[in-house]
Design a protein around this ligand. Sequence first.
Ligand code: ZN
Length: 315
Amino acid sequence: MKKKFSTLAVITSLGLVLSGCSSSDSNSDASGIKVVAAMYPLEFVATSIGGDLVSVENFTPPGVEPHDLELSPSQVVTLDDADLLLFISGFQPALEEAAQQSAPANSLDLLTIDGLNLLTATEDGHDDGAEDEHVDEEAHSDEEMVSDPHVWLDPERLVVIAKAVASKLSEVDPDNSEVYATNLAAFVAELETLDQKFLTGLASCERDLIVTSHAAFGYLADAYGLSQEAIAGLSPESEPTPKRLNEIGKEAKADGTTTIFFETLASPKIAQTLADDLNIEAAVLDPIEGISEGETYFSVMESNLEALRKALNCK
Ligand SMILES: [Zn+2]
């Protein structure tokens, strides 16, 4: 009995050693580089560049607003085992906390990438270029400015991000760096085509003000000469004061705004109420913080362009 038990123990530990060997080799076999993406746009970049060489897990489940992400115990294990974590600092605190406890082998914080030309805003979504009246500026002067995390909504900035992700993947998996470079070139070409469509499509419009549900479109506005007034701040949770809603209503009226934009993942209630009050339309402008079945970043951006062209009456 005793002998049998020890034999079993030997076999078991041998099995562990063997499986330990094979899993340490897994970077170069079919299971690929294990990438954890904090949310959909990062998953999209990682799969576009990594192709079959990577297995990407998006930590924000379908239908969940990524600002609210909470981690499950199994996600913490996945994170611990990951070859590369792609995230945006200051966006999903639960993920950053977990990443500090169970460190993935490599990580890339998008907001540390050179050449992104980050925009800053207060949490309530006022950007530093806003033409607020003097009183408002003083009221905000002691509010902390933070980096706007919604960098993926400008295709040109997403090119910079894609290049950084490609070089990170080549660093983690140098044997396949040529494949990553080839995939990157194709992805960048697609992003540049999209950028051209936005430049052309928004070149000649009657208006340039977009009233959005939360302040997700600062980079898109920056890229194409639009100005954004957001009902909520950088996070959809920051509810506007009645005073703020009143200001936005007045501004929309003065501008001749025809559309208040709302989102697919956050509640459309406030945007819809504002649109009803002003007797104008409410339409979707999608910040692509998540994705619906059958859609991609490119298809949603094309829909966003159409929505913008209609709302701003572009030629
Ligand atoms: Zn957001």
